[in-house]
Design a protein around this ligand. Structure first.
Ligand code: MTE
Ligand code: MO
Length: 249
């Protein structure tokens, strides 16, 4: 089946409940089922994920000129309060480590300085919260793909999970999104260090999806072929609260 044909059948599937079943079958056949594809909202999630992936493919999120950078970026939520975090912050995060484990050849752990020794990438992109506010900032970091290349992803891996020092925040992306050139393990913002309010010392930036995919204070990545073993098996905490696991914009 050609991509075009698949897209048109996906679009045809918009035409009602029976269409959702067709979309579901197509999605399964082409491996386009998101981890939250079960339950009452499952058919809708599958349709969004399947059709949007087929339509946008590897498209880039829009990047902006420096003049578009927002004067007052809004920092969502509160930084971690636990002692461990505060102690590391006090010491300039020299003890911060980003652990990488799971289906990798060389399980590793990177300090912020080590992350900075990769070839840096900067991007000026829009961060949009599902609550309706947004801002544009310049983000600096290392493409997640470069980190994955360094550790060696094993055959059969399908997702990269990422965890925050805030235990209530973790999420995951599929391998396509993980190796997308704009998916950034981010340590800098607007020309300086990544401020604590915005997830310092290390956060994910997934500019092709809504803000909540850009988890802050990230200290562990796990490469896996299934998200089933994590929490309720829906791929993210957000999905457990009813937000879509995939939220491409
Ligand atoms: N660890 C952690 N990550 C998080 C959050 C948070 O509260 N804690 N908020 C999320 C939400 S809902 C959004 S919209 C963005 C906001 O990023 P910002 O604080 O840089 O504006 O971070 C996301 N990542
Ligand atoms: Mo958000």
């Amino acid at each position: 089946m050609t991509r075009r044909k698949l897209v048109s059948s996906g679009v045809a599937a918009f035409s009602g409940v029976a269409g959702l079943t067709v979309a579901g079958r197509l999605a399964k056949q082409y491996g386009l089922v998101p981890p939250d594809g079960g339950g009452i909202y499952g058919p809708g999630h599958r349709l969004t994920y399947g059709v949007q992936k087929l339509l946008t493919g590897n498209a880039l999120a829009r990047e902006f000129p420096r003049s578009a950078i927002s004067d007052r970026p809004f920092a969502n939520g509160r930084p971690p309060k636990d002692e461990n975090y505060l102690r590391m912050k006090e010491a300039g995060f020299v003890d911060w480590r980003l652990k990488v484990d799971g289906m990798v050849e060389r399980p590793s752990s990177f300090s912020v300085a080590e992350l900075k020794s990769f070839v840096p990438r900067t991007q000026i992109t829009h961060l949009a919260c599902e609550e309706g506010w947004s801002f544009i900032a310049e983000w600096m970091g290392v493409p997640l793909s470069a980190v994955l290349e360094r550790v060696g992803v094993r055959r059969g891996a399908k997702y990269v999970m990422y965890f925050s020092i805030q235990p209530e925040w973790w999420d995951s992306v599929d391998i396509d999104e993980a190796v997308h050139p704009q998916t950034l393990v981010t340590y800098g913002m607007n020309g300086g260090e990544l401020p604590v309010g915005h997830g310092g010392p290390v956060r994910m930036r997934v500019p092709r999806q809504l803000g909540y995919k850009s988890v802050k204070f990230v200290n562990r990545l796990t490469v896996t072929d299934s998200v089933k073993g994590f929490g309720k098996g829906m791929g993210s905490v957000a999905a457990e609260y009813g937000y879509s696991w995939y939220n491409g914009i």
